[in-house]
Design a protein around this ligand. Structure first.
Ligand code: ZN
Ligand code: ZN
Length: 218
């Protein structure tokens, strides 16, 4: 692209120079018309000047055409780059949408409503209360990790015997909440899996959906 620009610049200069020369030539012709001694000499001079002028005009035209071609080429490349970026953005967008759809499908598969605030109170994980197994923490919180990132991180650090929790049956990661029912089959739940966030973390006792049903709780 830069190379094209330079070529275009040089051509432009050539065109300018040619135009200047043509103007000068026209001036000379006029002068000659006045000062040439003989008619014959005048004609010769005029012919020579005309030939030179024609040649110049030709070169001028060729350069102009070249300039247009170069401009077109530049435009082409710019368009191509634009298309290329556009395609990638479109693809990224599509991937994001597909990913979202996948998450939504997964949530549906797990019988989860799409991001729902939980009803009723509950006790938030403050470290293995009520005789529950202690969970490992998902690491520092310098940067807000997405739940998926937290999970991948925990998974990378976990050993194969790491206990699985929650109805999603994955290992502990990020914020977890304990079900108050001592007979709960899952005991601990990922915040995201039960529609909880740090903002709407329940105060007081919390039961999972399954236990709420079994204990006939609302
Ligand atoms: Zn879960
Ligand atoms: Zn439960």
């Amino acid at each position: 692209m830069r190379e094209l620009d330079e070529r275009a610049y040089r051509l432009q200069q050539q065109v300018d120079a040619d135009m200047l020369q043509q103007l000068k030539l026209a001036g000379q012709q006029q002068q000659q018309a006045v000062s040439s001694p003989t008619k014959r000499q005048k004609a010769v001079n005029a012919a020579a000047a005309a030939a030179k002028e024609a040649e110049l005009a030709e070169r001028l035209e060729a350069n102009m055409n070249e300039l247009v071609k170069l401009s077109d080429e530049k435009l082409n490349i710019a368009t191509q780059i634009y298309d290329y970026i556009d395609r990638h953005i479109t693809k990224l967008d599509k991937d994001c949408k597909a990913f979202d759809a996948e998450i939504a499908k997964e949530r549906q598969r797990l019988g989860l409503p799409p991001v729902e605030p939980t009803v009723g109170g509950g006790s938030v994980d403050t470290g293995g209360g009520g005789g529950k197994r202690k969970r490992k923490d998902g690491g520092g919180e310098q940067r807000k990790l997405t739940p998926e990132e937290q999970y991948q991180q925990a998974l990378a650090m976990a050993d194969p015997s790491e206990p699985k929790y929650c109805h999603c049956q994955r290992i502990s990661f990020g914020e977890m909440i304990a079900c108050e029912n001592p007979d709960c089959p899952y005991e601990w739940f990922h915040f995201g899996c039960v529609g909880l966030t740090e903002e709407n973390r329940p105060k007081g006792k919390w039961y999972c959906q399954l236990c709420r049903k079994q204990l006939k709780l609302k």
